[in-house]
Ligand binder design. Structure first.
Ligand code: DX5
Ligand code: ZN
Length: 230
């Protein structure tokens, strides 16, 4: 069911890649709401990560919701494979192809929810006429490609404007990049409900010391929820 409660989505880009199944089980046991997965193609972004085979391999370990952020251009030739791998949400970049609405429809036709990611320089007006085709908007708060980068504060106003454009539609707003207990309140107050965090979740912990993951997740969630109350 759609809801706008704050959801923390650890990005496994910051996990131990030799131990992804155990890392996923650990962060879920410690309170993660979604699991965020970052396939990259070495072309759309200057890094290479994982493909559909790895997504399929980790699928049985994800008990919550698998949120797959494709940093791949063109995305269309890979949508079916990532859907078959068990993605619950497939997010494609608005900049990844000329026919965004067709790509989003392809995601839905393959049985996944359809997200669209906006690079920092892509205006929200890009989406104005296709909101009916979208289940989530990912407002990037860094240039995608790597974890551990600094949050760009200019994106807070972009989230606020996106929230206003969405109105009553059942569309999530996700933010990704530099989210930690300091930046989470800013984006939550502006209207984001899905907070991706890689380094701020995995920092200091391990599968042998998962309590740290729990502390990190709670710190982000509590900071975001405090901003909504206040
Ligand atoms: C980067 C990825 C992010 C990344 C975020 O392109 O999309 O999901 O893991 O990492 P942090 O939270 O460390 O900025
Ligand atoms: Zn991401």
């Amino acid at each position: 069911m759609f809801n706008r409660a704050i959801k923390i989505a650890p990005s496994i880009l910051s996990a131990d890649f030799a131990n992804l199944g155990a890392e996923i089980r650990a962060v879920e046991a410690e309170g993660a709401d979604w699991i965020h997965v970052d396939p990259m193609d070495g072309h759309f972004v200057p890094n290479l990560t994982i493909g559909p085979n790895v997504v399929a391999a980790i699928r049985p370990h994800v008990k919550t919701f698998m949120d797959v952020h494709l940093m791949i251009a063109p995305a269309d030739p890979y949508i079916e494979a990532f859907a078959k791998a068990g993605s619950d949400m497939i997010t494609i970049h608005a900049e990844a192809g000329a026919h965004l609405q067709r790509s989003l429809q392809m995601v839905r036709d393959n049985g996944a929810k359809a997200g669209v990611a906006l690079n920092m320089t892509t205006p929200i007006s890009h989406l104005e006429h296709i909101l009916d085709s979208v289940d989530m908007v990912l407002v990037m708060t860094i240039n995608p490609g790597f974890g551990g980068q600094k949050f760009n504060a200019s994106m807070v106003e972009k989230v606020r404007q996106m929230r206003a454009m969405i109105g009553k539609r059942p569309i999530h707003i996700e933010v990704d990049g530099g989210i930690d207990p300091t930046t989470a309140p800013l984006v939550a107050a502006a209207g984001a409900d899905v907070l991706v965090a890689g380094s701020a979740v995995f920092r200091g912990g391990s599968v042998d010391n998962p309590g740290i993951y729990g502390q990190n997740i709670r710190a982000i969630r509590d900071a975001a929820n405090a901003a909504l109350k206040g």
